[in-house]
Design a protein around this ligand. Structure first.
Ligand SMILES: Nc1ncnc2c1ncn2[C@@H]1O[C@H](COP(=O)(O)OP(=O)(O)OP(=O)(O)O)[C@@H](O)[C@H]1O
Ligand SMILES: [Mg+2]
Length: 247
């Protein structure tokens, strides 16, 4: 499985007990290829964030297995899981989670500083030039636009060269121009830098930047599309919504 960056194998996730039981993921099996940009779509409550949190080791599985590379996360002890998350997984959240007192550059290298690792300067330069913020590195988040802050968050996720980057609605609160900058950057990081990116989105246009779209409905994978266009994705979402409404 050398070309698989992350994988769920018969993954189920159940929240609550008998009275409040919610099956957020129901026997999901999916392989995410290394060096590809995958979007995860589906109606609200369909399990997108849960799937991503389980794949990233932020949330445990109820049953089934989750792999990053060849490592089964469900077999790791807490400490091992923390280390794997730190070393091999990058996150981009909707709220950028930048530290206000640090400059852009300090924010980018913070996870490695915490881990006591020295960033690879050549790689760092490549990432900084790709995000196009070299002249803003000394600025604090409050001195950057929302799109620029989000690009700093992207650079922070890329800087440590993780096996895979997970992004939950990374363009959710950006305008369309800033959003397309971030999406273009994520796509370039896959095409030009060989990154692996998994992104949750509601937006058909955002999904069209990906190489593949996995559609969730009621905790199951209901469709899988290669080489998506915005029109195809939009059409598929509409039909899935209609099917969900009829059920
Ligand atoms: N901590 C939790 N406790 C109980 N139920 C939860 C918890 N987290 C999520 N759920 C439930 O699991 C289901 C899937 O939630 P999830 O957050 O994965 O949906 P989503 O597809 O990301 O939705 P959205 O598009 O609204 O973000 C929902 O029914 C939700 O209410
Ligand atoms: Mg969600």
């Amino acid at each position: 499985m050398a070309d698989t960056a992350a994988r769920a194998d018969h993954l189920s996730k159940v929240y609550g007990d008998a009275a409040t039981r919610v099956v957020a993921l129901d026997d999901v099996s999916v392989s995410l290829d290394r060096g590809r940009f995958t979007a995860i779509m589906g109606p609200s409550g369909s399990g997108k964030s849960t799937l991503m949190h389980c794949l990233a080791g932020l949330d445990g599985a109820t049953s089934g297995a989750v792999y990053i590379g060849d490592t089964d996360l469900t077999r790791l002890k807490d400490k091992e899981l923390t280390r794997l998350r730190r070393d091999q997984v990058g996150f981009i959240f909707q709220a950028f989670n930048l530290l206000p007192t640090l400059t852009a550059l300090e924010n980018i290298t913070l996870p490695m500083d915490i881990a006591g690792r020295r960033p690879d300067q050549k790689w760092l330069d490549t990432v900084i030039d790709t995000i196009g913020l070299r002249d803003r590195l000394g600025h604090r988040p409050s001195e950057l636009s929302g799109g620029q802050q989000q690009r700093v968050a992207c650079a922070r996720a890329l800087a440590s060269q993780p096996q895979v980057i997970f992004a939950d609605e990374p363009t959710g609160n950006l305008d369309s121009r800033a959003g397309s900058q971030v999406l273009g950057f994520l796509r370039d990081s896959v095409r030009d830098l060989g990154q692996t990116v998994v992104m949750v989105t509601h937006d058909a246009n955002a999904a069209s930047y990906a190489d593949r779209v996995v559609f969730l409905g009621d905790g199951r994978i209901v469709d899988d599309m290669a080489d998506p266009t915005a029109d195809l994705v939009f059409d598929r979402m509409r039909r899935l919504d209609a099917a969900g409404g009829a059920a």
